[in-house]
Design a protein around this ligand. Structure first.
Ligand code: GLA
Length: 383
């Protein structure tokens, strides 16, 4: 669905007057499952969007149409989440968080749609939250900052959607900048923008088309295991408040105190945090080989220590390794399906697609989708 489609649909359903907001999906170069452990991530907003046309309607009701799904809902602030379709819990969650903070929100009519594939690990849900958070902030003169709006989206996921996610996705969607990666410290949300001018390299996503039904419960389970690690480690190292404070050396010392599975999860997080820092150092020197090497390592950790990969993702990464000009590849996002992110020399893109497509088809009898993404600005108001 394009921006024009969303504009036209709103006009034909509700009239000519409306505001248009646009919020992007995101990639993450490296730093997976580190955000809720208050570590580092390196995401960026991309040129795939949710478009939202919206206008106050002088009532207390929120009417929302999901244009791609051709579904409508209407509710007020007293909604019960179980009565809403899954997609509506994202905007409803944003409304609930703002209401709980004491803001009185005007009712509205809204139509949204976009071109971020869902279930692909590109954070279409965070984009939806960002678009609504920005729109409600504007229409109700709330004067919240982008970082506060990102927090609202994250809280909506926790309380209304039921995923205890970190802040990375909402932050990237709200605060992204064109041609810049964001090195975000998830403990205090301090961040620096890192130029990523492609310099003859392309970031190519490959979508497995897989989404495992248990992905959300497995995500919450991983988070629980990290919390268990922190609980045990604090006893030995009183300063530890999150896995961010835990080094590999500390894990070696405390090895016997920890359940072996919890230890593996903690090791991954400590290593992944280090990899983000080392990736930034490599990028500062323009060292794509080193950046790529850290991406391969990240995938190995996600596969064997954090155990959030799947056969399709592993095949894509293994295949990428065999293609010349590929600097690095790894699964991206929460895991259990979705996309791989591949850093490769631009001249190799066609060969990469051909080889990958064939291999994937041989194994799974279907072709994966490819997205060549560019790094874009965060959410905007585009009247
Ligand atoms: C999902 C979550 C993020 C983050 C990633 C894994 O995208 O929404 O907060 O935890 O998984 O890095």
């Amino acid at each position: 669905m394009t921006e024009t489609n969303v504009r036209q649909l709103f006009q034909s359903k509700f009239g000519r007057e409306f505001h248009l907001f646009r919020a992007p999906g995101r990639i993450n170069l490296i730093g997976e499952h580190t955000d809720y452990n208050l570590g580092y991530v390196l995401p960026a907003a991309i040129n795939k969007y949710i478009y939202l046309a919206i206008q106050p309607n002088e009532t207390a009701k929120f009417h929302i149409q999901a244009a791609d799904l051709k579904e409508d809902v209407s509710f007020d602030t007293s909604f019960h989440k179980d009565t809403l379709p899954a997609w509506a819990r994202y905007p409803a969650g944003v409304i609930r968080e703002l209401s709980n903070q004491g803001y009185h929100l005007k009712g509205f009519n809204a139509v949204f749609g976009g071109d971020i594939p869902t279930g692909a690990g590109l954070s279409s849900s965070a984009a939806l939250e960002s678009a609504f958070a920005l729109a409600l902030n504007y229409m109700n003169n709330l004067e919240l900052t982008r970082i506060e709006l990102a927090r609202i989206g994250q809280q909506a996921e926790h309380h209304t959607v039921g995923v205890r996610c970190g802040i990375m996705d909402q932050f990237a969607s709200a605060c992204g900048k064109a041609n810049q990666l964001i090195r975000l410290d998830c403990r205090d949300l301090s961040h620096t923008y890192f130029p990523f001018e492609n310099m003859n390299h392309t970031l190519l996503l490959v979508n497995t088309g897989v989404r495992h039904a248990l992905a959300e419960s497995a995500y919450n389970e991983r988070r629980g295991q990290c919390e268990e690690g922190v609980r045990v480690l604090t006893e030995r190292f009183p300063g530890v408040e999150s896995l961010r404070d835990v080094s590999r050396e500390m894990l070696r010392i405390a090895k016997k105190d920890l359940d072996p599975l919890v230890l593996k999860r903690c090791e991954f997080v400590a290593e992944e945090n280090e990899r983000v820092i080392r990736t930034c150092e490599a990028l500062e020197k323009g060292d794509m080989d080193k950046t790529g090497e850290l991406m391969w390592d990240s995938h190995q950790g996600l596969r064997h220590k954090y155990e959030v990969s799947c056969r399709e993702l592993d095949l894509l990464v293994e295949t990428a390794k065999t293609i010349s000009g590929v600097k690095g590849a790894r699964m991206m996002g929460g895991g259990f399906g979705g996309c791989t992110i591949n850093l490769l020399e631009t001249r190799c893109v066609d060969l990469f697609k051909k080889v990958t497509s064939e291999k994937f088809h041989n194994q799974f009898q279907r072709h994966p989708e490819f997205y060549e993404v560019t790094i874009a600005d965060g959410a905007t108001h585009n009247d």
